[in-house]
Design a protein around this ligand. Structure first.
Ligand code: ADP
Length: 277
């Protein structure tokens, strides 16, 4: 294992690392981490996901690899590879638990030690992007993650919010965290931003451009909070991802949304976000 503050040899083949942060849980941070990884893979990249949401590791299930196990090799843990092309690799505490529903009831130092181990001891190989899904908020775990990754090619952070003022307020704290830790903000994503009803929006139309032009969006929560926040903070706004039943269903079933649902309402936003990274 490398010493503190040193570069981990296991990350030397990783070209870019990006952190996904949110002020609260349930706003779609793991969803965005997963779908961004799949969208980047779709663009021909090799992608890793490091799930440091130790108390709520949901990505193994979202990628339908929850029953798989990580193995040891000479340089550490071998991540779980997703799909036949093995272009997405995942490491999560979910693979280390005896039962998938086991709760992780650990104090800060133990969590911090595991995060450091995740950074140094996973044999990622060559990756274009490593996406790090963090727990909600700005805790010790975030500081440990940023400190452990600082010697590497840390591209920056993507902040996820829902449109409501309360979530936007929490993201303001994330912005302060990024400023204090010197972490570059790549941009803000507004998730669950409106709903396109598949029954009223011309889903029978097979021309995809026409379909997207005809979509009617209902703003279930308010709208525009993420964009306004980004403008106010002087950081890029990366886009709005609508509430999309096909997206939540494919996450439930561990299916590849990007591959299987290119006509779904959330697809263009996710593809556009991946394109900007
Ligand atoms: P977090 O990681 O922030 O706690 P998750 O990514 O686990 O949040 O998302 C919470 C729930 O919301 C999940 O069940 C997910 O399927 C659903 N979800 C997230 N974003 C969307 C969306 N744009 N459309 C539909 N469902 C979504």
């Amino acid at each position: 294992m490398d010493g503190p503050g040193e570069r981990s040899t296991n990350l030397l083949g990783v070209r870019h690392i990006l952190l996904v942060l949110s002020g609260k849980g349930g706003v779609g941070k793991s969803t965005l981490s997963t779908e961004l990884a799949l969208a980047l893979r779709h663009r021909g990249h090799r992608v890793g996901i490091l799930d440091v949401d130790l108390c709520g590791p949901s990505i193994p299930r979202m990628l339908r690899v929850q029953d798989r196990a990580v193995h040891q090799c000479d340089s550490g843990w071998v991540p779980v590879f997703v799909g036949q092309d093995r272009a997405v690799a995942l490491m999560s505490i979910g693979f280390l638990l005896e039962r998938p529903d086991d709760a992780v009831v650990w104090r800060g130092p133990k969590k911090n030690a595991l995060i450091k181990q995740f950074v140094t001891d996973v044999a990622w190989g060559d990756l274009d992007f490593l996406i790090v899904d963090t727990p909600p908020g700005t805790s010790d775990e975030h500081i440990s993650t940023v400190e452990a990754l600082r010697p590497h090619r840390l591209l920056g952070a993507i902040l996820v919010t829902t449109p409501q003022a309360v979530s936007v307020g929490d993201v303001r704290r994330e912005l302060t965290f990024c400023k204090k830790t010197g972490l570059r903000v790549l941009g803000v994503v507004e998730n669950m931003s409106g709903f396109v009803c598949p029954h009223c929006s011309g889903s029978g139309i097979h021309d995809s451009l026409l379909f997207f032009l005809l979509q009617e969006c209902t703003n279930i929560f308010s709208k525009g909070g993420g964009e306004e926040l980004a403008k106010h903070a002087g950081v890029p706004f990366l886009g709005c991802v609508p509430l999309d039943p096909q997206l939540s269903q494919s996450l439930e079933e561990g299916r590849d949304f990007i591959q299987e649902f290119p006509k779904s309402s959330a697809f263009p936003a996710l593809a556009h976000i991946a394109q900007q990274i």
